[in-house]
Design a protein around this ligand. Structure first.
Ligand SMILES: O=C(O)C(=O)C[C@]1(C(=O)O)C=C[C@@H](O)C=C1
Length: 281
């Protein structure tokens, strides 16, 4: 049985992502109230895995999760992308007109921004989770409230669906990372010949062409950059930390590239090496 910490409660997208990633295996998902809470739980139980959303194709990166990941000593052992489709749901008897407040996870509200802007009588109130919002409306019998969540969550908590597919664009995908304690990661991560992706983080000196030199080296070793996210270094004004995702077909060449890049960077760390799995499902 795999124990996997998720952000949210049963029926949320983290729950769905964990079950899809470990399809065919026995999985127990452990609900967490927030991403910091999830990382704390991971620290207390080395046998527990974690899954965290890292970016969405409409709402962008979950910036805080980059920092949480860097500060934790957990390693990425895999990735999974999920097609996110949202419904608007409420207690039986409610109509779109009777809804005055809409509850959901902030990323989910962002993904439905256009729909919600067309319905200004619904006040947006952020909650910790999509499915958690549906559960709360059902449990507390909150009249005039609607949740934005997946269809499975609406059904799970017995709410009526008022509208389906309310995300701004149907190409709405969230990419999740699967995390493990470094000792466990050795056992769980794919074999070397299957590894074709990694996530690394570093800072750069303020010198001419520092980033450009790094990118040139990566390109020389046929390492492809699939994502670059910069975040401010707290306490060092106008300095940035770069979170970079790399894909490669030769693990050996990729390792050579890292060796060449490291001396040009500071605070370099590999956050994980894994198998690319961002296909559309
Ligand atoms: O609230 C949920 O259902 C979650 O799993 C969280 C979350 C997120 O953190 O981005 C996951 C996927 C969707 O992008 C919306 C919300």
């Amino acid at each position: 049985m795999k124990k996997i910490a998720i952000q949210g409660v049963a029926g949320c997208f983290h729950d769905a992502a964990a079950r899809q990633f470990f399809d065919g295996q026995e999985v127990e998902t452990i609900p967490c109230d927030s991403f910091p809470d999830l990382f704390e739980k991971l620290e207390t139980d080395a046998s527990m895995l974690g899954i965290v959303a890292i970016e969405n194709t409409i709402a962008g990166s979950l910036l805080a999760n980059h920092e949480l990941l860097r500060k934790s000593n957990h390693t990425i052992i895999g990735e999974h992308s999920v097609r996110i489709s949202h419904v608007l749901c409420a207690l039986p008897g409610e109509t779109i007109e009777s809804i005055s407040e809409v509850n959901s996870h902030p990323m989910a509200l962002m993904q439905c921004e256009q729909y919600l802007r067309r319905h200004p009588h619904m006040r947006m109130v952020e909650k910790f989770d999509t499915a958690g919002s549906a559960e709360e409306i059902a449990r507390e019998k909150l009249a005039g409230h609607a949740a934005v969540c997946g269809e499975f969550a609406a059904n799970l908590y017995g709410l009526n669906i008022l509208e389906k597919g309310i995300e701004t664009n149907k190409r709405n995908f969230t990419r999740f990372l699967i995390l493990a304690d470094p000792l466990l990661a050795g056992e769980l991560k794919p074999r070397e010949e299957q590894l074709n992706k990694s996530s690394v983080v570093f800072t750069l000196p303020h010198s001419h062409g520092a980033l450009s030199k790094v990118l040139t080296i990566l390109s020389f070793y046929d390492v492809n950059l699939t994502k670059i996210q910069s975040l401010p270094v707290v306490g060092r004004e106008w300095e940035y930390r770069f979170y970079v995702d790399l894909t490669f077909s030769s693990y050996f060449r990729y390792r050579q590239a890292l060796q060449a890049v490291r001396p040009l960077t500071n605070e370099f760390r590999i956050l994980g090496e894994y198998e690319e799995r961002v296909g559309i499902n």
